[in-house]
Design a protein around this ligand. Structure first.
Ligand SMILES: *Cc1c(COP(=O)(O)O)cnc(C)c1O
Length: 360
């Protein structure tokens, strides 16, 4: 089989040029005689790879000097617990936005540690929009404010950064990090699993503002304390070595495209093609409110389940795969992460139009 257009929500498509570099370097990395996978994480050559990945991410996200970048394991899901473990103060109070499946799991985990105020939720309407944030409902002295910038399953996003005053802003950016420019200096902590927009599964990026590190209680298990990883420059134990290498190749690819703002423009064009097709169709209907539409995950259906199933089946035959929506949402979900080429979106739109003609 040839390579297909893979619209998987995660783990997801990687840039072909990145895979080719990884392939070329697989057996013998730059003449050192071993694969990156086989190197000691403390070797000079690996430390260069690790530092390069860190430096590139800092550069393309314009991360200020008073922030630390960590490559952890355990997925974004582990951060749902690690964040309250490290960032709560004696107040033990958190504001949180319930905007989707993952946001809701973050709420459930937060409740185990803190008084958790859900300041906005769109749960009652099955997360078909990003809930409106009313600062009057925010807790002025909360330990932090948590939200999810892109809701992977439902296909909504919030580009505007919530105004929380002195309350540190914590963001789960798993599914839209590097897809548009976010001003990192507005955040206390940003985290993201790598497997949507940055590389393979197994790496979780955490970007944390220095001053928040003082909050972690000494009593935390060693591996769950951010300071452990900061103080050991990410080498307290074996980091996900190959994943960090691959993420570095992706960061270089973003940089070579002209950086995150250039990638954002392409993403708008890509998503625009598909949303236009939905909006000009007699059968396709978007799942979410227009003003909250995600650039990374596009959700729609064709009016009935039978036709949706047929759509996915025939699309697959045309080399357009992993389009089935999440089981609780139904319909289709098109994930147009950074690495999805615009040709993939054009091919999909062509297919959508043809399918509509044949299945009215
Ligand atoms: C995929 C995803 C997660 C879960 O990530 P894991 O790395 O599987 O734990 C959390 N939040 C968002 C927004 C996601 O898209």
């Amino acid at each position: 089989m040839e390579r297909v257009f893979n619209f998987s929500a995660g783990p997801s498509v990687l840039p072909e040029s990145v895979l080719k570099i990884a392939q070329a370097e697989l057996m013998n990395y730059k003449g050192c005689g071993t694969s990156v996978m086989e190197m000691s994480h403390r070797s000079k050559i690996y430390l260069e790879i690790f530092d390069n990945s860190t430096a590139l991410l800092k550069e393309i996200m314009d991360v200020p000097d008073n922030y630390k970048i960590l490559f952890l394991q355990g997925g974004a899901s582990t951060q749902f617990a690690m964040i309250p473990m490290n960032l709560l103060t004696d107040k033990k109070t958190v504001d949180i936005v319930d905007s989707g499946h993952w946001a809701h799991l973050a709420v459930k985990e937060s409740i185990k540690f803190a008084k958790t105020n859900v300041v906005a939720s769109s749960k009652d309407s099955k997360y078909d929009h990003f809930p409106v944030l009313d600062p009057a409902k925010f807790t002025p002295d909360a330990d932090y404010f948590h939200y999810t910038s892109n809701n992977t399953i439902f296909g909504t996003k919030l580009s505007a950064i919530p105004q929380t005053g002195n309350v540190p802003l914590v963001c789960d950016m798993s599914s839209n990090i590097l897809s548009e420019v976010y001003d990192v200096s507005k955040f206390g902590l940003i985290y993201a699993g790598a497997q949507k927009n940055m590389g393979p599964a197994g790496v979780t990026v955490v970007i944390i503002r220095d001053d928040l590190l003082a909050r972690s209680p000494e009593s935390l298990p060693t591996m769950f304390n951010y300071n452990t990883h900061v103080n050991a420059d990410g080498m307290y134990n074996t980091p996900p070595t190959y994943g960090v290498y691959l993420a570095g190749l992706v960061y270089q690819w973003v940089k070579d495209l002209g950086g995150v703002s250039a990638v954002h423009k392409i993403n708008e064009e890509k998503a625009g093609l598909i949303y236009d097709c939905i909006d000009n169709s007699a059968i396709y209907k978007g799942y979410v409110a227009k003003q909250d539409r995600s650039l990374m995950n596009i959700t729609f259906n064709s009016g009935n389940e039978e036709r949706d199933n047929k759509f996915c089946k025939e699309a697959e035959k045309a080399g357009l795969v992993n389009l089935k929506g999440y089981r609780t949402v139904g319909g289709m979900r098109v994930s147009t992460y950074n690495a999805m080429p615009i040709e993939g979106c054009r091919a999909l739109v062509e297919f959508m139009k043809k399918f509509e003609m044949e299945n009215k």
